[in-house]
Write a new protein. Sequence first.
Length: 320
Amino acid sequence: MSVIVLVEHTAGTIKKKSLEAVQYASEIAKKLGTTATAVIAGKVEETELKNLGGYGAQKVLYVADDRLNELHARAFTRVLVAAAKQENSPIIVALHDVNGRAIAPRVAIQLKAGLISGALSYPDTDKGFIVKKSAFSGKAFAFVNVNSDVKVILLAPNSFPLVKADGEAVIENFNVSFEDKDFGIKVKSVDVITGEVPLSDAELVVSGGRGMKGPENWGLIEDLAHALGAATACSRPVADSGWRPHHEHVGQTGGTIRPNLYIAAGISGAIQHLAGVSGSKTIVVINKDPEAPFFKAANYGIVGDVMEVLPRLTEAVKKF
Ligand code: FAD
């Protein structure tokens, strides 16, 4: 018996948030008196795979199939279901992200498992199997109890600090036979988004809203992001207006991020925006309107004009 965790990578480099998922699975495994097994597919170097041992995976089931460098939900479902059956897994962990949300429900159906999405805590097993998750777009917490024999948990990224220990995982090549229909969706081209830090993995994010007035002022956001080593994001109207690409838009209809620091410049703080960022550890809001709703969600607020405040913040950061 082993707790299974799906590990994601980008061009062979394991995503930081997946290391957190491995650590999470391994802590649950310890609690159950068992081990954690990582499942990874695509093209990944041996050293990256062994490295998972430092985050608590004793074994890695590796599916060396280049087709799985891309998200093919059916194929990944097949991999996870086969791994869960082989390992007799009571719990399957994946990330609460685009990939996890595409794969986990399919896995849950096939294994007749209960599914917890957006998990923020370790399961409390004293009175059942209770996990804390966010609800109502981050306005409340829900404590859900799952009583199925097999459970699938989607972990909200950036919920736990990463701690690396010594240790190497044992790699086992895992063969899964696929069918053509598992690869029914063909990827025609992939746009590699260049930038200093990918938004989904970023610990620091500088984000702009309509208060930035236009794309010509985005240099102010980028300068602060560059000084901090942060990723950039934006509100939805900014992306809708074509000032910024849509992959930067966060909120209910965009990405969900949980960075350590989220700086919101000229963003009102509508509930749909907060839905994507309210899990941030520290929120700094810059807005010229002291009544802007975002201040209620902020840890630090600056009432002022972004055109003046942003350059001064950037200069201050550069001095450190
Ligand atoms: P505005 O609401 O126009 O706010 C601009 C802010 O900038 C104001 O608070 C103003 O005081 C301030 N400002 C102006 N000039 C300056 C200045 N010089 N210096 C400092 N501050 C200044 N929105 C999202 O962001 N993400 C989503 O995923 C999303 N999904 C949605 C889904 C649905 C179904 C719906 C109905 C809406 C959704 N929205 C989403 C839109 C959301 O409701 C808001 O309209 C949007 O977030 C507002 O964007 P904003 O704060 O950039 O612009």
